[in-house]
Design a protein around this ligand. Structure first.
Ligand SMILES: O=P(O)(O)OC[C@H]1O[C@](O)(COP(=O)(O)O)[C@@H](O)[C@@H]1O
Length: 403
């Protein structure tokens, strides 16, 4: 078994950065000897920017010079004032996502995407799915980045039964699904990393570690201070919100920088796309069937026939929904409140949309178990409100499906 690209490609370079070189921590990791580390001659500094940018003021003033801006530049000057601790944490997460992006795209890691022939199958005692080697390696990459950030007290991962206590004085708690959609990895369908960031609950510092890790990780989505996802697709996208707008950055593979490409994203109030695994139609409750039948025929509140798109990779389905509008849904108890539903709801709400379990706003649900699963509906405000008006949309029949 070959495992390539798990280590820093250039061992002389220290990653991720300390605050002193945070201006552009990742540039040199991807610099090529031909292009050099200060930028690519193939890429002019003046790039086209979205027309919406011109309408943005204050926070987006940094775009006025029509230069592309990296994530770290965005944290500086006129960009998001997230504080040094958060900037350092994001720099480490950014680096972890780049490592995972390289890992999932590597021709030498194909067998890591397969389930072990004699390994764990089905669900673990905590209700987690059996992981693939790539899930475990991605988890290790994230953990090692969070450890070296020095900024994280607790990491709770979809891949671990229990949260990990990292450092006593880390100001943050990170919840993460390291590699969502890994069931698709054999066939090169997009995958993603989802994360949410909370403040450490200092009032719990006196408790034994076993108690405070759980309680810190079980904070309600209302308390998120930041969230994000990385999409590993034809482009690698890092989408972030710190509570004022949702912004997406695209990886420039020639320099290793995430460049701000989608500032202040706004999900359209209506889309014309629904995204669901509709092979489950006959296990759906009546309300959900009626809703889908209605919008397919163009007989809903929005008098257009909706189209279906379903990649079966949550980050990819969510990313499309954020940009085009509509609804991405999984109506059965399958996706996790802590690692998936809360961070994505935070991102969609800060883009003007809504995250719902079909009845209740996701961010207001108090988690009671780390690996708690629930129905999830994410998308355009008007579409979600229309869907919620159908009483019975949560799929309670959940036999578990083979594929
Ligand atoms: O089987 P379903 O109900 O279509 O669920 C598919 C969903 O499950 C996921 O694959 C996540 O589940 P896993 O963590 O088991 O991969 C999502 O990416 C996808 O949206």
């Amino acid at each position: 078994m070959h495992i390539f690209l798990l280590t820093n490609p250039n061992p002389n370079l220290k990653f991720p950065p300390s605050l002193s070189n945070i201006t552009n921590p990742a540039r040199s990791s991807f610099s090529s000897p031909i292009i050099g580390s200060t930028g690519s001659p193939l890429l002019p500094t003046a790039r086209p920017i979205s027309p919406c940018v011109r309408a943005l003021s204050s926070e987006m003033d940094l775009l006025d010079d029509r230069r592309s801006h990296t994530l770290m530049e965005y944290f500086g000057k006129t960009g998001a004032d997230v504080g040094d601790d958060m900037a350092i944490l994001i720099a480490h997460l950014e680096y972890a996502c780049k490592r995972i992006a390289a890992l999932v795209a590597s021709p030498f890691n194909l067998e890591l995407g397969r389930r072990p022939a004699h390994g764990e199958v089905g669900l673990s005692s905590s209700g987690r799915d059996a992981p693939k080697p790539l899930d475990i390696i991605s988890n290790d990459i994230i953990l090692s980045s969070l450890r070296s950030s020095g900024k994280v007290a607790v990491m709770a991962s979809e891949e671990d039964d229990l949260p990990v206590w990292i450092t006593d004085d880390g100001p943050f708690v990170v919840v993460v699904d390291p590699l969502d959609g890994s069931r698709n990895i054999d066939v090169s369908i997009p995958t993603g990393t989802i994360f949410g960031i909370y403040n450490r609950l200092e009032e719990l510092d006196h408790l034994p570690i076993e108690e405070k890790v759980q309680l810190n990780a079980l904070q309600s989505g209302n308390r998120l201070v930041a969230a994000g996802y990385a999409l590993y697709s034809s482009a690698t996208i890092l989408c972030l919100s710190f509570g004022s707008g949702t912004h997406a950055f695209t990886l420039d593979r020639s320099t290793g920088d995430f460049v701000l490409t989608h500032p202040c994203m706004r999900i359209p109030p209506r889309g014309q796309i629904y995204s669901v695994n509709d092979a489950r139609y006959f296990d759906w409750p009546n309300g959900l069937r009626q809703y889908i039948d209605t919008i397919r025929q163009g007989k809903g509140q929005f008098p257009k026939k909706y189209s279906a798109r379903y990649i079966c990779s949550l980050v990819a389905d969510f990313h499309r929904t954020l940009i085009y509008g509509g609804i991405a849904m999984n109506p059965r108890d399958h996706l996790r409140l802590v690692y998936e539903a809360n961070p994505l709801s935070f991102l969609v709400e800060h883009a003007g949309g809504r995250g719902s379990d079909g009845k209740t706003r996701i961010l207001s649900i108090q988690p009671v178990a780390l690996h708690q699963r629930l129905p999830l509906f994410l998308g355009s405000l008007d579409d979600i409100h229309e869907l919620e008006s159908y009483d019975n949309i949560q799929q309670k029949v959940n036999p578990g499906y083979e594929v």
